[in-house]
Design a protein around this ligand. Sequence first.
Ligand code: ZN
Length: 103
Amino acid sequence: MTEPDDWRLLNDVEYLRGIWMEPTDAADLRKYKPELKHCIFCWKQVPEPKPFWQQWYVPQDKSCAVCEECYNDFCTAFGWKTTDGWDTWDAWEYGNKGVNHNE
Ligand SMILES: [Zn+2]
């Protein structure tokens, strides 16, 4: 459970209310968005994918990363809806390629 004055809410997270979240893991997060190095809530570092696998979440615009613990703590408070995760990065890659299709 979370408190209204949870220190993690001091970060700039208000824009994350009521959005879709997509599950991913530390390996894909490092592969596709290496600039996302921390959980936006608790500032925990995105770990090396080995030796262990770790669940993470990203919003559909991939603007930040959320660790599993914070996802669970804030899911209800922020009203997150969550995708099945199958195309978390497929759509992202397609979108990136689509930008340059006129070249
Ligand atoms: Zn966190």
